[in-house]
Write a protein that binds this ligand. Structure first.
Ligand SMILES: [Fe+2]
Length: 380
């Protein structure tokens, strides 16, 4: 019996289980000490090569709020945020990600983060004054998957602008929602993230049990980060939320009006995974930004885990629209704690692009309907 057929198939076409349906034969050891209690993804530090061009994109086009800025960096936040920033744009020579930053529940969780990663033999650096403006005592690590992760509790509070409707634009970004990371071995990465306290909400697999991507959360949404199978470590995207679908359409209209439609890489559309409405944009350095809204609540301890068949043509786009190949292949470099780009390791397992797009790939709309419910390769 196949891996997928062991599961309960729903009337919507995907499968559900009670436990995370992912196992690895190449695990990172589970530390003996407790993991830090992570609240949520909080901000990303992005290195950009042209600060003025990036400011135009993130502030003038997308409408993020400037908390603070100088000649080297811009600190931005969304309208509902009360911490100093959700995004740092820092000027540098190579476009890359300097930190995926998470807020933890208590100051003592920073001690736990140090112990957790130290036991794993990771490089760990702690700065009482923080690594960026607005953030206090912080821990940065080079995690076992090669990603620069940060943890902090102490942060400068700024005004939550949620009630300032005079500041809202038709495409207003209201929250940071999630990160998405590219890694060669998704089961290995997922098991590590479970040790770090994350819970899997959804994943994509094939009948042989190859895992192409997994979504995992701390806050009670579909995810705080996802692991996408591919050459890595790299950053696939950072996602901001709008309140409603029409806000995403307004961003598309604005980009068209500004003759910036080439910044739209994929969408707008409805995801199968996460059920959210989405749009993918590329910033002036090619960093991918997702605009995202209306996923679902996942906070119960027995939240059902959703598994999608990689050949289900509605998993990435519920309307069956094609995924552009660049979305599978392009991603941002990540930096080590010295600011040098990490070496990118090639994925050896099947790629989702290869098995679903192109001459050898296939996807179905209705499983078993081989006459009309089946799309072959590049007809997608
Ligand atoms: Fe996403």
């Amino acid at each position: 019996m196949s891996a997928l057929n062991d599961r309960v198939k729903t009337s919507s076409g995907f499968y559900v289980t009670k436990e995370a349906p992912i196992a690895t034969d190449n695990p990172i050891p589970t530390p003996s000490v407790p993991a830090p209690d992570i609240l949520r993804c909080a901000y990303m530090e992005l290195v950009v090569t042209d600060l003025a061009a990036s400011r135009e994109f993130y502030v003038d086009v997308l409408g993020l709020t400037v908390t603070e800025e100088d000649e080297n960096a811009i600190y931005l936040r969304s309208l509902e945020e009360f911490i100093h920033h959700n995004l740092v744009l820092r000027k540098g020579p190579v476009a890359a990600v300097a930190a995926f930053s998470y807020r933890v529940r208590t100051p003592e969780d920073l001690d736990r983060a140090v112990a957790f990663y130290t036991e794993l033999g990771c490089r760990v650096e702690r700065r009482a004054e923080g690594f960026t403006k607005g953030i206090g005592d912080s821990v940065r690590v080079e995690d076992p998957l090669g990603f620069p992760y940060e943890f902090f509790y102490d942060v400068e509070h700024v005004e939550r602008l949620a009630w300032r409707y005079d500041l809202y634009t038709p495409g207003a970004l209201v929250r940071l929602d999630h990160f998405n990371q590219v890694t060669p071995d998704v089961p290995r990465a997922t098991k590590f993230m479970q040790d770090l306290g994350f819970r899997v909400t959804e994943d994509i697999q094939d009948e042989e049990g190859t895992v192409y991507a997994a979504w995992m959360r701390r806050k009670p949404t579909v995810h705080d980060t996802a692991m996408t199978g591919g050459n890595g470590p790299r950053m696939h995207h950072v996602a901001f939320s709008t309140h409603e679908k029409h806000n995403i359409l307004a961003i598309c209209d604005k980009l068209g009006a500004l003759r910036l439609s080439d910044r739209i890489e994929r969408g707008p559309g409805r995801h199968g995974v996460s059920n959210a409405f989405y749009l993918y944009l590329l910033d002036p350095d090619g960093h991918r930004v997702e605009i995202y809204t209306q996923d679902y609540y996942t906070g119960d301890p027995d939240n059902p885990v959703v598994t999608w068949d990689v050949h289900d043509n509605q998993r990435r786009d519920w309307w069956g629209n094609p995924v552009v190949p660049s979305w599978y292949t392009e991603a941002s470099l990540v930096l080590d704690l010295d600011g040098n780009p990490r070496e990118v390791i090639t994925r050896t397992e099947d790629s989702e692009l290869a098995v679903t797009i192109g001459a050898d790939g296939f996807s179905y709309t209705r499983e078993g309907d081989e006459e009309k419910g089946f799309k072959l390769g590049n007809t997608l």
